[in-house]
Design a protein around this ligand. Structure first.
Ligand code: 3H9
Length: 700
């Protein structure tokens, strides 16, 4: 075996050369891989004994794409195209041996090989769109030539991978090979290609799969319409479609040229920068400065959930999905039956959509053991309390759990805002207590705010981080403060949104501005969805806010068809309501507020800037480890558009100096604590620094 670079080796087995890639963790196409493959192809061509080449990867995966960390830096030669040309134009068969994931540039390299083999579990995809990009190494031109235009559109514009069975069916791979002997099978395949004189199949020369789309160009507009809702606001999906259109309309080389031009545009766009930043931010959130591989872990074999309501049921599903048994405790039989009934219905709906089998439904339900007494938690390794938000109730529950649970069990609360230190103080083991704030619906939403209280043990944090990966969540470690990161910042937006409607903006205008920014809905539509009467009591209601008055007049939100909006009973479509505008106008008058026209820009600034300011305060108080963690919370838990990176990324892209100036301006004209400029933000601006200059901090 000869090392060509530190990432690629050349190995000869008789008449077959193997180019072995070893660039952990995902064999990305870093400079050393591109150079190694190019040199390796030259070595194979120059060696008289070599009759075929196999490209194979060490470790857990085939090439998973271009090295994203190299983007935005000067490109080191050779580029990927030169390497691909050497493969495609080779005088001997080149075979890609695929395991793990062939993604992005990885699949594009494989498509320049003359043949491709994959193991049953391998996956193939062009996920560039999720990074705000498009396949920039011929993927948009070669993929439709293999799979046909419709499939290529789905793969490039949605970005989800396909598995080996579908890859075989569409011709993306030529043969399926059993796990374990991929390399040997690939060599044998290559020898067969040589001995039987198979043609050197070049995807670029194949046009037959484009014929349908050539005859029926409306396929592109049909597809645009189909994905319009999902892709609203994003730039890259449309660019991917245009490239595939070019594959159909132009000769191969011109199509490639078009792809290159459009790739440069998306690559340099702010959207792609935001999406790439977000990709790394999500992975970084897992890293906690004082937790290392050596931090001990606790074993979690069985979990307890207290409460079988919407939250408790959803939380329990996460564990059952991962094969972890759950003891679920409720006050009475009726509540537990109702809760488990909802869970079963959820699973059955998933089964109807074909995502799991009915057998899976039964298996998962069997993992949920109902009980009516907290004593059933005696042997669990972790309890998650999911009762309603009432401090006294939670405190008494934790005092009780302290007496029931075994030594070393983790005691978690699903509070979304309360003081976890105060709850932990009710036990004799505050080191075992942590907040695990799941978002609703808890079986679907991926964000998990992990609230590290002052005394929470490092091993408890480490165990919960590992566990969250097992149940498919994206954990963000945050500190104890009212509302933690997400709700604390949401609250600031709420103050201004409510003030704006008194000053003359309608709830519909505010919602539209927030929707146009890229959120799935604005604050008033969100209130209607959640229910206007959450936390509202008729007995104590005193017409002191618009929301109270709406509740008093029987408007409860979507659930009774009337809230800030009115809802069509059939279609659930929402429409503005003059009655609501009158209520607001009367209320404003009673407060002596003169209504005026409010610009969209003012609405945007007044809703979003206090969030950024609060994010900075959260950082300076040490309640988040890094600014990017705040962005992960907002993108994943609250629908902040990922193409704007998150509130902190967005603030930097607008210029922290500008943001600080505007906050000061509103502070002078409006006043209030939430407009008091964060000293951290002020200092960053004065020092000409950004959030990336701040060291990650340990939350205490
Ligand atoms: C592209 O190919 C453009 C071309 O069309 C055109 C070129 C001209 N680069 O996700 P994990 C790191 S665009 C650099 O936790 P998993 C990641 O940051 C690319 N680093 O593992 C993490 O680092 P750390 C198209 C990368 O097993 C570590 O690897 N390809 C890259 O859960 C482990 O990652 C994609 O979009 C990369 N490309 O999932 C695929 N990928 O340990 C992106 C990963 O320091 N990658 N890292 O935190 C993925 O989807 C997942 O990583 C994968 C593995 C499914 C491969």
């Amino acid at each position: 075996m000869t090392a060509i670079t530190d990432m690629v080796a050349f190995e000869k087995d008789g008449d077959v050369a193997v180019l072995k890639i070893n660039n952990p963790p995902v064999n990305a196409l870093s400079h050393g891989v591109r150079k190694g493959l190019l040199e390796g192809m030259k070595m194979a061509e120059a060696d008289e004994d070599v009759k075929a080449v196999v490209i194979h990867c060490e470790g857990r995966t085939f090439i998973a794409g271009a090295d994203i960390s190299e983007f935005g830096k000067p490109m080191q030669e050779p580029g990927l195209k030169e390497t691909q040309d050497a493969i495609e134009d080779s005088s001997m068969p080149v075979v890609a041996a695929i395991h793990g994931t062939a993604l992005g540039g990885g699949l594009e390299v494989a498509m320049t090989c003359h043949y491709r083999l994959g193991v049953p579990k391998a996956q193939y995809g062009q996920p560039e769109v999720k990074l705000g990009l498009l396949p920039g190494a011929g993927g948009t031109q070669r993929l439709p030539r293999i799979t046909g235009v419709q499939k290529a559109l789905e793969m490039c514009v949605i970005g989800n991978p396909i598995g080996s069975p579908e890859a075989l069916e569409t011709g993306l791979i030529d043969e399926l090979v059993e796990d374990g002997d991929l390399l040997e099978a690939a060599k044998a395949f290559a020898r067969r290609a040589v001995s039987e004189n198979w043609p050197l199949k070049k995807v670029r020369d194949r046009d037959e799969k484009l014929a349908d789309a050539k005859a029926n160009p409306s396929i592109f507009d049909d597809f645009r319409r189909k994905v319009a809702r999902k892709t609203r606001g994003f730039m890259a999906p449309e660019y991917n479609i245009r490239c595939i259109e070019a594959a159909v309309e132009l000769p191969f080389d011109e199509g490639l040229q078009r792809e290159q031009e459009l790739f440069v545009e998306v690559m340099t766009s702010l959207q792609s920068q935001a999406q790439r930043y977000y990709f790394f931010s999500e992975r970084q959130a897992n890293k906690v400065p004082d937790i290392t591989k050596e931090t001990p872990l606790r074993e979690i074999r069985k979990v307890g959930v207290l409460g079988a309501g919407t939250m408790g049921g959803g939380i329990a599903m996460n564990f059952a999905n991962a094969g972890i048994p759950v003891v679920i405790v409720e006050r009475d039989q009726e509540a537990i039956d109702r809760g488990l009934g909802v869970v079963r219905k959820n699973y059955e709906r998933t089964a109807k959509r074909g995502r799991i089998s009915m057998e899976d439904v039964d298996k998962r339900m069997e993992l949920l053991q109902p009980a009516l007494d907290k004593g059933a938690f005696a042997d669990v390794d972790m309890v998650i309390e999911a009762v309603f938000e009432d401090m006294e109730l939670k405190k008494s529950i934790f005092a009780e759990l302290d007496g029931i649970c075994r030594e070393g069990a983790i005691l978690a609360t699903n509070t979304s805002a309360l003081d976890v230190n105060e709850i932990a103080a009710m036990t004799k083991r505050p080191e075992d207590v942590i907040g695990l704030h799941f978002f609703s619906p808890a079986n679907i939403m991926r964000l998990l705010e992990m609230v590290r209280a002052t005394k929470t043990g490092q091993d408890v944090v480490a165990t919960c981080l590992k566990l969250s990966k097992a149940i498919g969540k994206i954990p963000v470690v945050v500190g104890v403060c009212p509302g933690f990161v997400g709700n604390r910042m949401l609250f600031q937006r709420g103050i201004e949104a409510n003030q704006l409607i008194l000053e003359g903006a309608s709830p519909y205008q505010v919602d539209q501005v927030i929707y146009d920014f890229g959120f799935p809905m604005g604050p008033f539509a969100m209130s209607d969805l959640a229910g206007l009467d959450i936390g509202w009591k008729e007995e104590t209601s005193s017409s002191s806010t618009v929301r109270e008055i709406l509740c008093e007049s029987g408007r409860r939100g979507q659930k009774n068809g009337r809230g800030y909006y009115v809802y069509d009973p059939e279609t659930r479509a929402s429409a503005p309501d003059q009655e609501v505008l009158d209520i607001i106008a009367d209320f404003a008058k009673s407060k002596g507020i003169e209504q005026r026209e409010v610009s969209d820009e003012e609405i945007r600034d007044r809703c979003l800037l206090p969030m950024v300011n609060e994010g900075c305060k959260i950082l300076e108080e040490g309640k988040a480890m890094r600014a990017s963690d705040i962005d992960v919370v907002w993108v994943n838990g609250y629908g902040w558009p990922v193409y704007r990176g998150g509130p902190m990324f967005w603030a930097e892209s607008e210029g922290l100096g500008n943001i600080a100036e505007k906050i000061k301006g509103f502070g002078d004209s409006i006043g209030g604590d939430h407009w008091a400029l964060s000293p951290l933000l002020e200092k960053l601006v004065a020092d000409g620094q950004g959030f990336a200059d701040l060291e990650p901090q340990t939350i205490r």
